[in-house]
Design a protein around this ligand. Structure first.
Ligand code: HEM
Length: 132
């Protein structure tokens, strides 16, 4: 995609009318002029963000895979390399290494296999002592 057209954020900021409705989503530039009236979420939400970076607004709605496929049709280029921002993704995965409850060397005693084993042993001893 390095040969796609490059835009600066300043260039996009003036393309903010319904006759020239351009938005930035995740460093990609979309011309939504022909899509305004077809957008299932209505043209008003789009007109609020034209000329701007709508990455967060787009993500907040939780657009479907179909919507993400459809947006490719309106892609006209991307933001110049020096003005790109880190893409924030809200998706959660179970193998997220920052999760506090992963069973690693650093996790607390209560999360390791030793805790339930010790509890089981204690309960067995207690049961034997009380009822045998
Ligand atoms: C290329 C850009 C976009 C495309 C192709 C697109 C496409 C769609 C589609 C197909 C839907 C129907 C629901 C779904 O399939 O997820 C939808 C709903 C919606 N979109 Fe977009 N959208 C775009 C940009 C945006 C932006 C920038 C915003 C916010 C500023 C927005 C706000 C909404 C809202 C509020 C709904 C209605 C959600 C609901 O009724 O639950 N969309 N959009």
């Amino acid at each position: 995609m390095s040969d796609s057209k490059q835009f600066t954020r300043k260039e996009i900021s003036s393309r903010n009318s319904k006759n020239d409705a351009v938005v930035i989503i995740d460093n990609q530039v979309y011309d939504l002029t022909p899509f305004l009236d077809d957008h299932p979420g209505g043209h008003e939400v789009l007109l609020n963000v034209v000329g701007k970076d709508a990455s967060e607004d787009f993500e907040d709605v939780g657009h479907s895979i179909d919507a993400k496929e459809l947006m490719k049709k309106y892609l006209i280029g991307q933001i110049v390399a020096e003005e790109r921002i880190e893409i924030k993704k809200k998706t959660f995965t179970w193998d997220d290494k920052s999760s506090p409850s992963t069973d690693t060397e650093n996790s607390s005693f209560i999360n390791t296999w030793k805790f339930p084993v010790l509890m089981g042993l204690l309960m067995t001893l207690l049961y034997t002592y009380l009822f045998a």
